[in-house]
Design a binder for this molecule. Structure first.
Ligand code: NDP
Length: 286
């Protein structure tokens, strides 16, 4: 393994287990606390080095990985004056937030002017994928930069797809999230109807699972929906953000399902903000 000091920003439901997998592979981690100190304490107990700010992390790392909630944090952290002042041409950024292609391109342009190599690399696979190191990574960017980063990314992932230039990673992730957001609503409605019609859960799993109505989402969420377990997982406010990215990208198209899904996520965002995104179907279930 090439010796790399890795800065990690965004130690949430995804970032913390991803960072732990990097530690298991021997990478030297550089972190700082935002609001919640617990992830930093956990990583420090395994040897991570704590800094006082994002800019201090950048000053002390060769590769920076970020997985923040939204475009807003990409802007306020990665494009802050303090961070920009610490960028030097030998550094590399692997940006893994589910954000917009426009923000990714803006970030790239500014980092490129500083000579920093950048990969646009959002992920799929949920918190289980983050814990097990089996994420799918959707990369936009230069093939050479990906090859230099492959070993590092594979410490957190099972599959890497190079899908195009900077922005293409964020774009394909937005398409995935549009589908996932719609499939979630459809799955909750299917469970509500099955319960109304007194169809056994295992019959639903097995029969629909091998029929034309099968969906990855129904299979993944069947137990938690029937148990009314809405612990996140993936928070509803983050799914709303993702479906909105897709709808905004599609402003010249007619996408009635995506728009309806967005309306539902917006409707429940206040009440179920930090519950799992499956709570979008809570009111369909008796
Ligand atoms: P969380 O809300 O669990 O975590 C967000 C993390 O970012 C927290 O550690 C938070 O720190 C930190 N943070 C927020 N603002 C700042 C800031 N200004 N500076 C430094 N750190 C900050 O989100 P997730 O981990 O679930 O999601 C992260 C990204 O990954 C999102 O874009 C999401 O859409 C995407 N994603 C999520 C998946 C999931 O299943 N959860 C699956 C695939 C992608 P603190 O808590 O201290 O405020």
């Amino acid at each position: 393994m090439e010796l790399q000091r890795v800065g990690f920003i965004g130690l949430g439901a995804m970032g913390l287990p991803m960072a732990k997998n990097l530690q298991k592979k021997g990478y030297e981690l550089h972190v700082s606390a935002h609001n919640n100190r617990n992830p930093v304490e956990e990583l420090k107990s395994n040897g991570a080095i704590e800094h006082n700010s994002a800019s201090e992390i950048v000053a002390n790392c060769d590769v920076l990985i970020s997985i923040l909630p939204t475009d807003n944090e990409i802007e306020s952290v990665l494009l802050s004056e303090g961070v920009l002042n610490e960028l030097t041409p030998e550094k590399r950024l692997i940006e893994m937030t589910s954000g917009s292609a426009d923000m990714m391109k803006k970030l790239y342009k500014i980092y490129q002017e500083k000579g920093v190599s950048v990969l646009d690399a959002p992920v799929s696979g949920g918190t289980a994928g983050a814990e097990n190191g089996t994420l799918t990574v959707m990369v936009g960017g230069d093939e050479g930069v990906l090859e230099e980063s492959r070993e590092l990314i594979m410490a957190m992932a099972a599959k890497i797809y190079l899908v195009g230039s900077i922005g293409a990673g964020k774009a394909i992730k937005a398409i995935n999230q549009m589908l996932a957001g719609i499939h979630m609503i459809a799955s909750a409605e299917a469970v509500a109807l099955a319960e109304e019609l007194e169809i056994d859960k295992e019959q639903l799993r097995n029969v629909i699972g091998s029929s034309s109505g099968a969906s990855w989402m129904l299979n993944a969420k069947l137990d938690s929906l029937t148990e009314r377990n809405f612990e996140p997982g993936f928070k509803l406010r983050l799914m709303k953000k993702d479906v909105k990215i897709a709808v905004d990208e599609a402003s010249k198209l007619s996408l009635p399902l995506a728009n309806t899904a967005l309306e539902l996520y917006e409707k429940y965002e206040g009440e179920y903000c930090d519950l799992d995104f499956s709570a979008v179907g809570k009111k369909s279930l008796k």
